[in-house]
Design a protein around this ligand. Structure first.
Ligand SMILES: [Zn+2]
Length: 407
């Protein structure tokens, strides 16, 4: 007998089959995915995987960098993220004293494991620091005095707390002990992303050989002024085997640089992408690097110890400085801005399936997987005009910036 967890949806399909698709789900689980002729659904309506953001430090006024977060606060952030097309995140904790950071992680993990909506919405953890470069510019908004060298004991403790969860660890591979720590982390199933780093090409290569797969927010976590011949951007882009993270707000990475890095890495054939079901795969994923001001009005917000100002331009700044500290971007607005910088390209995957590929998580929209997807009206330029996100078959209307403001 049908219930509120059963249903079906029809839309154009961006996956390996062209044409339209009819998804059916029962009890919140996809039971069939039938290919139909394209004219079986309006041509501008698409069925897409939900967005998955691998770096979210806070959302909707909730700062995740707190010792005593309550489950309602996490739930508010997760449900608000849905309205911005995002069903899953890696909850991100940034540099702090290691014991305090691990205590905070253990607390949040306990809250998440105890609540079904939080288990759905928090796919795992991204630990960004304290194993980063302490050099000015490279440390970004992280406290340089808290940086330490990674050890195998740190990695073991991180794994003990997180169990089998997906974990990304951002690390500067030039720190003493980092290559051994990367090997140990990869062995234990942790995804290593290099970032906030000024590593040489040789050290970057050693990190990739040790199993590093990602590069955290390329173009950020480095000084505003770099040597034109030899800098971390060129070294990173010249390093085959990495999937590059970008913050697509047109501010952290300017539109010219955004387009340039896509062109520069276009020729790379990445082993890890061959299995992914998109033909036009490029080694990129996008993230908002959102902090608590994302999905909330302009004002003053906290990320851990820092007080930050967020203007109407959604830029997050340390007061009186020109240093960015996370973004106030929502995942859907991130996709929209990426589309404006590189129109008519299949960019949705970079904020949905590519993070899954990077993290080794199952691809969405498979038979037997949770009925989590977006059904959106998109223009020929790729921009989303309206739509819904379904999580376990339950729809939530999307908040599309610019469109909802006119209502
Ligand atoms: Zn960062």
């Amino acid at each position: 007998m049908p219930n509120q967890f059963d249903g079906e949806a029809v839309g154009q399909w961006d996956g390996e089959d062209s044409g339209a698709v009819r998804l059916r789900w029962k009890n919140g689980v996809i039971v069939s995915r039938d290919v139909l002729p394209a004219n079986a659904a309006p041509l501008d309506w698409h069925i897409l995987p939900p967005l998955f953001d691998p770096q979210v430090n806070g959302f909707a006024g909730i700062d995740f960098q707190q010792d005593d977060l309550a489950p309602e606060q996490l739930l508010l952030a997760v449900l608000e993220l849905r309205r911005h097309a995002c069903s899953k995140i890696l909850l991100t904790l940034i540099t702090d004293e290691w014991p305090r950071l691990m205590k905070r992680l253990a607390h949040i993990k306990k809250l998440r494991d105890a609540h079904p909506e939080l288990r759905d919405g928090i796919a795992g953890w991204h630990i960004e620091g304290p194993f980063l470069s302490e050099k000015p510019g490279y440390c970004g908004a992280h406290a340089p005095e808290l940086m330490v060298n990674p050890t195998e004991a740190h990695i073991s403790q991180l794994r003990e707390i997180t169990g089998d969860d997906a974990v990304m660890l951002t690390i500067a591979p030039e720190r003493p002990g980092a290559i051994a720590a990367i090997e140990r982390a990869v062995e234990s199933g942790v995804t290593i992303s290099v970032g906030h780093t000024d590593a040489s090409s040789e050290i970057l290569s050693a990190a990739v050989r040790a199993g590093a797969r990602g590069f955290t927010h390329l173009g950020n976590g480095c000084p505003r002024t770099l040597d034109r011949q030899d800098n971390i951007l060129w070294r990173a882009l010249n390093q085959e085997g990495l999937i590059y993270g970008l913050i697509p707000d047109a501010i952290h990475v300017t539109p010219d640089l955004f387009r340039l890095v896509h062109h520069a890495a276009a020729g790379f054939a990445h082993e890890c992408l061959h299995d992914s079901y998109f033909v036009d795969s490029q080694p990129f994923y996008y993230t908002t690097d959102a902090m608590s001001a994302a999905g909330a009005p302009p004002g003053t917000y906290r990320i851990g110890r820092l007080n930050l100002e967020v203007g109407a331009d959604k830029v997050v700044r340390l007061p009186g400085q020109n240093l960015f500290a996370g973004s106030a971007l929502t995942p859907l607005e991130g996709y929209q801005r990426a589309c404006r910088m590189l129109p008519k390209r299949p960019l949705w995957q970079n904020l949905s399936t590519m993070p899954c590929v990077l993290m080794g998580l199952p691809l969405p929209l498979q038979i037997g997987s949770s009925a989590d997807f977006c059904r959106v009206a998109r223009g020929p330029d790729g921009l989303v005009h309206s739509g819904e996100i379904y999580v376990r078959g339950h729809p939530t209307a999307l908040e599309v910036e610019g469109v909802s403001a006119k209502r």
